[in-house]
Design a binder for this molecule. Structure first.
Ligand code: PMP
Length: 435
């Protein structure tokens, strides 16, 4: 038996055969070193929580409800928590009833369960390009074919969606759902404009589709603006996913789905098969947090922290990044999406960046078809403003050096790195031309 091959390979289900830890993930172990400024992981700044208040809540749950908190619960999740989450949704002007909700282990489990309910191998899912890497993981583990729709500064482009849906219809195919992160998108850092939401809702209806609306960042608008939800526009066609990961703490692992009754029932059955029920302990902690603490104040505090960090990052990018780089202008959330000039491959560049003690996520991971080689995601939520300046300066220096190299090698004819092919896969031809 050779040691470098997986001896179980032939026994696996087809859905996991192509799955492997990426070289990028391997680099992430380096990224957690303190000397590296990491713009990689999308981590909330949990240090901004009021820990005395959290402690009070945890003590109260154990002291007053210990036996229930440490017991099994129902598959739909605790009613008391669902009541509180209805209020959280109302704070964003989204109407829901306690019965509409099912509690999940973060938004991620919600995406996985929804994928499991809807996707047969080969089914089409339409999603923004780029899109949330965890959603791509959930969809691809059920062997979906993800088709991307283009985005710009106002989010998903309705004309691109219309074209995609028509092309699919011409092939007698219909998407199982359209996946979107309309507010402060991960990784794009852009929000879907109000007019586009209406237009996209019309397209969803016209093509008899459903939309999967994933909304972790809606409450983190820097101005406190709330955006209209698809759940409001087309409730019968919307499966809505929420999470407390970005407004309270990801360690609680509490998310939820608001979905029409029949879908909710299927989700509950599948969740019972997966993990029986969510944790009563963390559900009761989150319920008590929402019921007893001024959580809206905590959300405002997070907003202020992220707003300052976003401003610092944008200012540093303008000061430090070479000409020809472009980036999005987030109005909330955690992310800036950067596009580099021709000739640099962000997957190849990552090792050099980590060597210079700064990390990001290369763009390719956010597309199902391997586009995005000239793009990268920067997350500003976790490092302090000072570290952000340091990190952007390091990355800016690296980019200046790399672009100089690209110019020296290729002159004005640098290769296009956006497409699915890695630069060195077609290097020889281009180098021959460019000298
Ligand atoms: N959806 C999106 C768009 C996200 O960015 C994240 C977290 N990065 C999630 C879902 C899942 O988060 P969680 O499981 O912590 O709720």
């Amino acid at each position: 038996m050779r040691l470098d091959t997986d001896p179980y390979l032939q026994r696996y289900a087809t859905r996991v055969r192509g799955m492997a830890a990426s070289e990028i993930r391997a680099l992430f172990s380096v990224v957690s070193r303190p000397e590296v400024v990491s713009f990689a992981g999308g981590m909330p700044y949990t240090a901004a929580l009021d820990f005395q208040a959290v402690e009070d809540v945890v003590v109260e749950v154990i002291r007053d409800h210990g036996p229930t908190a440490l017991q099994y619960g129902g598959g739909q999740g605790l009613e008391g928590l669902r009541e509180q989450l209805v209020d959280v949704m109302a704070y964003e002007n989204i109407a829901a009833h306690t019965d509409d909700l099912i509690i999940t282990v973060g938004g991620q489990q919600a995406l996985e369960l929804i994928a499991k309910v809807f996707i047969n191998p080969g089914d089409v899912i339409v999603a923004e390009g780029p899109t949330y890497v965890g959603a791509l993981g959930a969809f691809s583990s059920h062997q979906a074919e993800v088709v991307h729709v283009r985005m710009d500064a106002d989010g998903m482009i309705p004309e691109s969606l219309a074209e995609t849906l028509e092309r699919l219809a011409a092939d007698a195919r219909r998407a199982k759902f359209v996946y979107t992160v309309p507010n402060h998108q991960n990784p794009g850092g852009v929000s879907l404009s109000v007019e586009r939401r209406e237009r996209i809702a019309e397209l969803i209806e016209a093509h008899d589709l459903v939309v999967l609306e994933d909304n972790p960042y809606g409450l983190l608008d820097f101005e406190g603006i709330t955006w209209p939800s698809f759940r409001e526009l087309i409730p019968d066609r919307t499966i809505y996913v929420g999470t407390v990961s970005k407004t309270f703490a990801p360690g609680a692992r509490i998310g939820w789905v608001a979905a029409p009754g029949p879908v909710r029932n299927k989700l509950t059955l599948l969740r019972e098969a997966a993990d029986l029920c969510p944790s009563n302990l963390t559900q009761m902690i989150v319920e008590t947090w929402l019921r007893r603490q001024p959580w809206q104040e905590q959300v405002k505090r997070f907003r202020e922290v992220y707003r300052e960090r976003a401003e610092t990052m944008l200012r540093s990018l303008a000061d430090e990044f070479p000409e020809g780089c472009t980036w999005t202008d987030p109005r909330g959330g955690f992310y800036v999406w950067v596009t580099l000039p021709r000739g640099i491959d962000t997957s190849d560049l990552l090792a050099k960046a980590v060597n210079k003690r700064v990390a990001y996520v290369p763009g390719r991971g956010f597309y199902a078809d391997g586009q995005g080689g000239d793009q990268l995601r920067l997350c500003y939520s976790y490092p302090t403003p000072e570290r952000i300046r340091e990190g952007v300066t390091r990355l800016g220096e690296l980019l200046h050096d790399e672009l100089e190299l690209v110019r020296a090698v290729y002159g004005g004819d640098a290769p296009d790195t956006h497409g699915p092919t890695r630069r060195h896969d077609h290097d020889s031809g281009v180098a021959g031309r460019g000298g």
